[in-house]
Design a protein around this ligand. Sequence first.
Ligand code: G4P
Length: 528
Amino acid sequence: MSDPKAEAARRRTFAIISHPDAGKTTLTEKFLLYGGALNKEAGSVKAKGSRRSATSDWMELEQQRGISITSTVLQFPYRDCVVNLLDTPGHRDFSEDTYRVLAAADAAVMVLDAAKGIEPQTLKLFEVCRERNLPLLTFINKWDRPGLDALELIDSIETQIGVTPTPMTWPVGISGDFRGVIDRTSGDFVRFTRTARGATEAPEEVVDAARAEAEEGEAWTTAEGEVELLSEVGADHDQETFLGGITSPTFFGSALTNFGVRLLLDTLVDIVPSPRPREGTNGTIREIDAPFSGYVFKVQANMDPSHRDRIAFFRVMSGKFERGMNVTHQPTGKPFNTKYAHTVSGQDRTTIDEAFPGDIVGLVNAADIRIGDTVFVGDDVEFQRIPPFAPEHFSVVRTTDAGRFKQFRKGISQLDEEGVVQVLRSIDSGDQAPVLAAVGPMQFEVAVHRLENEFGAPVELAPTSYRIARRTNKESAPELRSMQGVDVLFRSDGTALALFESPYWLARIEGEQPELMLERLVAEGGAG
Ligand code: G4P
């Protein structure tokens, strides 16, 4: 079968977002187990150490810091569907990357640790999801261990993220004394059975309500009472509000012991929307069965240090992609051959011969391709670009070895193109000492590490006192530049950013000179 419409209808493309250590990796691996993509008897497949050993130098940084920056894509069949699972970096400093990945997803799963709930550092990642109005599912993980009260967790999701949880399952027994869940759709009790570290699929014993009450006693009646309460306040699944990002179907479980994973995966396949036609910037809709088009959401240096190429990842938006086809690169109008199309998961690359809407394809050595670009066949189309985030940290970068300036310059422009950091230049200092701008300081660590190790350009960073940025224009720039505590710098796309030392200073200038253009940027933090 290779009809794009029929293939698209069976695609489910979603991202997993979570705070580091909430259990994203474990859950992902359990999805693969249920999808049959892993040997069911292989024991725990989670071998972080060995899996990460063959990685490039900048992945060493991930290892040291216990974070993931190089997110990947996994594809596996489940039931009669094809699941595309996009990984996202699990740290708020990389929320801009998460935002870009979400542009390629049709839904997201938020994984929370039952003992921690929503952690302040992660709030931004979830807000980013809200901002895109993406359908959001919630998995409250580690219920096999002591944790917070279920109603309290539900409440904090609602108040902190502004999305209303609609529990699909409800825990019987408090966290740490987990008996199982009530499946709210059927009213049955699904009993929790421990498996040896979840090496095999969890045996699920489904028990009817009468027997559950007899066997579980008070734990059951308490849970039943809470479920009634949820129904009274209308916390029931509604497909329309879910699709609008207003309600979030919520699950309780334990990824480590596999419990609740199948229910989650089944629901994902049932309710996550298949790829829908998207609108181009000229207002026309690119139908799913129109000729091929794709949207580049990520550009990344290769993870293999032995060949330093880079990969542009696009999501198929319409039509059938066939490797080797000639596509047009929309911004330049140039033809581009797709002979080197791959699917990439972790270090593994496999040639991909065809792909359908919702699938992710990596193009190797696509030198001219940038984040936000459209590639297509047939009628011209351009999909909306992802706006860069509001940076909150600004540091001047210089190379400490003048003999390596060429490498320094190359590295800076590469990091800029990949969106690792934003690179800002002033009219006077230009390429010698650009300003690196970031949402979170860990982005600087990655930039410095890569400049030194990948490009051989040792650098020093000098933090500036700027804290907040606004978009401005040519007309306002000279006046702003003449002010104390303000600077105007330019991004490589030509956008002028006015930088301020504090929100108070900015507010004062806005109040005194309302004629100056000072526009807010996307996903601004508390400072704005
Ligand atoms: P992440 O990708 O979100 O960073 O989280 P990851 O899956 O790596 O899980 C973080 C830790 O939490 C791991 O322990 C993992 O085993 C544990 N974990 C995940 N899900 C559950 C769960 O449902 N219940 C319990 N009790 N623990 C869970 P670790 O000690 O850091 O790693 P490891 O030694 O187990 O590999």
